[in-house]
Ligand binder design. Structure first.
Ligand code: IVH
Length: 665
């Protein structure tokens, strides 16, 4: 679970369950010291290091916190403190933000480095990604900060922004993230900082680490940090007694639902720095601090029925319909049951009183049944054997948890195919995003991709339908008014200009991804040549293997697919590689070797590279003395720039590149 959480950023149990398992292990190790193991997860702070970023060893380990799950444990913590300190002391209470820990290094008032927590001893240098976080000061305000210091905090994604971000991912056929924390972790690991910049990240700070503080307490340090321009959450509070600490925890248990970010608890810290050092640390966590974790929000309600949802890939998920209940501020009517094994393990029955929990996930989970309330004579719920959408017999791979519907004509699978067809790298009909495909499909306007090209204005104007969110808490109405209808029709019309390789990719032939589609288009030039190609001719192309070849042949042997292809052809889509695409009148970049690096304003890097190729030039990735130009965009690596200068390779901007081409063509 450590690996899933820290390395894959994809946990399969809730934090609460994890904490409980670890706690149990800790206790077992104390009870049976003969099984103590230096490699036990209790000895680690968790995590391992991703190779692609530079590794950096922290000046002081980034420890974790010991956890408390009850006020009794908070009081016991205070008792321990009292026994160790013979002076008065006070606490600082802070919210525990649920994101990704980061250490930021500042020198002479400027950010010089951002390092992830990694395994606690050292992490990855992600400075360029961190720089893109809007709320983070790259230069500090004022002058009263130490010459060199480190500040630690939590990178988070606000919940609303996370939801909007996830909806976009779904529309682009990308896997949504399970919760804001995973989305944040995934973002910090991205290699392109420009992509990170588009992610709605925020950063809240909670510790200043320095040799020359100029202040004596944590609370003071945070007030200074605020003045230097850091985001320190306003909830931070000094508490002189443990009763005040408990009041803070109780107060925020309800109020935290109104915050823009996820919080999973409260961190209680001894305020005075000298008392903190007197108390010291264990190998894992400071003795001067503790994290109170709020219980996962739980409710009890009745199971009314079970629906089976078929996904875009055919995968079947059981979903519980519940008697509406309020949980974490929203009314929940549905909960995921994941798969048959989980249903069996819960031994669910209709009309059972079930416990529903909301972890960080979008859809709540059923975590247990209250057996004392079980109605007499209830029977286990059998898992369906036929698809709930098309009645086809379901199948199950022995090594996978989910059943799936093998019927390619099953409605959700068709919707999936249409969504792929309109996606950016395929037909790029953006105006059909945001649930509009679903609306057109559900209203019977389209039942395959070819139908898109016969849509008329009067077919779809004022079309509307209400959709409910996955947990059943919100209803969204999708309605097509004049402007969106025109946009849709324009988008469909423009898609007829998409090149042959994009059309080929859009068809959704199994195993024919973007690159394979390009290769096929280049070699075969037209759809007819591909339709008539034999296995031998296909596999003669070096990148095409037996599996891809068989899949292509099976696709075009299918009567129904051929009908669609023919309708698309009649609609005017590009089913041939255009001559002018291949052979421009002039090839002004012939014999030139060009390196393109960085991000650009008017074009994507790929667009610039394909222009170079179209005009006869050669793209290469590394600079040598034979390089004709380095086209340098924003954020071109300093090493590349240096090398170009040393070898005397001309460095040109995007504008200069465009000018060279325009002058030559
Ligand atoms: S103090 C030595 N304060 O919780 C203690 N941590 O389990 C350093 N966290 O990795 C942590 N909010 O990422 C502290 N207000 C807060 C926090 C906080 C969230 C995270 C932090 C740390 C984890 C500890």
């Amino acid at each position: 679970h450590n690996y899933k959480y820290y390395v894959l950023a994809n946990p399969t149990i809730t934090d609460y369950q994890f904490d409980m398992l670890l706690k149990e292990l800790e206790q077992l190790e104390q009870q049976f010291p003969e099984f103590d193991d230096p490699n036990s997860p209790t000895k680690k702070v968790g995590g391992s290091i991703t190779k692609t970023f530079t590794h950096y060893t922290h000046s002081k380990p980034m420890l974790s916190l010991s956890n408390a799950y009850s006020m009794g444990e908070i009081r016991a913590f205070d008792e321990r403190i009292k026994r160790s300190i013979n002076s008065t002391y006070s606490y600082v209470c802070e919210l525990k933000f649920d994101g990704v820990a980061i250490a930021l290094h500042y020198e002479k008032g400027a950010l010089i480095r951002g390092v992830t927590r990694g395994d606690g001893i050292g992490g990855d240098v992600v400075t360029e990604n961190i720089r893109t976080i809007r709320s983070l000061p790259l230069k500090l305000r004022g002058t009263d900060h130490p010459e060199y210091f480190e500040i630690r905090g939590e990178v988070v994604m606000p919940v609303d922004a996370f939801q909007a971000f996830n909806e976009k991912r779904i529309l682009n056929n990308e896997q949504p993230f399970a919760n804001p924390r995973n989305a944040t972790a995934g973002s910090l690991k991205l290699q392109e900082s420009s992509t990170v910049a588009k992610r709605p990240l925020d950063c809240l700070l909670y510790a200043v680490v320095t040799e020359e503080p100029g202040f004596t307490s944590h609370y003071e340090s945070m007030q200074h940090a605020k003045k230097w321009g850091f985001k320190v959450h306003e909830s931070i509070k000094r508490c002189s007694t443990i009763e005040n600490v408990i009041a803070f925890i109780n107060d925020w248990e309800i109020k935290r639902a109104t915050l823009p970010f996820d919080t999973d608890g409260v961190v209680v810290k001894i305020d005075d720095f000298s008392l903190q050092s007197a108390l010291g640390n264990t190998s894992k966590s400071p003795r001067w601090a503790i994290a109170y974790k709020y219980p996962a929000e739980k409710a009890i309600t009745r199971l009314l029925s079970v629906d089976y949802q078929v996904g875009r890939t055919g995968s079947v998920t059981p979903v519980a319909n519940l008697s509406p209940v309020t949980l974490a501020g929203t009314v929940v009517k549905r909960a995921s049951l994941h798969n048959e094994d989980i249903m069996k393990k819960l031994d669910l029955r209709i009309n059972d009183s079930v416990y529903v929990e909301k972890g960080g996930e979008i859809i709540p989970k059923i975590t247990g049944v209250e057996l004392s309330l079980r109605p007499a004579n209830s029977k286990p719920i059998p898992f369906i054997t036929k698809c709930s959408e098309c009645n086809t017999e379901l199948l199950k791979d022995p090594d996978k948890a989910n059943h799936y519907c093998p019927n390619e004509a099953c409605p959700p699978r068709i919707k999936g195919a249409i969504e792929h067809f309109i996606s950016r790298k395929a037909m790029d009909i953006r105006s059909l995003g945001e649930g509009k495909v679903e609306l057109l499909f559900d209203k019977g306007i389209i039942s395959n991709v070819a139908d898109l090209y016969s849509i008329a204005y009067h077919d779809i104007i004022n079309l509307e339908k209400a959709y409910s969110s996955p947990d059943g808490s919100k209803i969204r109405v999708v309605k097509l008014k004049e402007k969106s209808v025109n946009n849709i029709l324009d988008g469909i019309e423009q898609s007829k200009q998409r090149p042959f390789e994009a059309v080929l990719f859009a068809l959704g032939i199994r195993h024919v991804g973007e690159t394979t589609a390009k290769i096929l288009a280049m070699h075969f030039k037209s759809i007819d040549n591909i339709i008539h190609a034999s296995t031998e001719t296909l596999t003669a192309v070096s990148e095409i293997g037996e599996v891809i070849a068989q899949s292509i042949i099976a696709f075009f042997a299918d009567e129904q697919y051929m009908q669609i292809v023919n309708r698309l052809r009649n609609a005017g889509l590009n089913f041939e590689k255009k001559m002018e695409e291949e052979q421009p009148e002039t090839k002004p970049l012939l014999d030139m070797t060009i390196v393109v690096s960085g991000t650009f304003v008017n074009f994507s890097r790929e667009e610039i590279q394909s222009t170079i190729e179209r005009l006869g030039g050669k793209n290469v990735s590394s600079i040598s003395k034979n390089t004709t130009y380095l086209v340098a965009g924003n954020k071109t690596g300093p090493a590349k720039m240096e090398k170009a200068k040393t070898l005397g390779v001309p460095i040109i901007s995007e504008d200069q590149f465009i000018k060279i081409i325009n002058d030559a063509t």
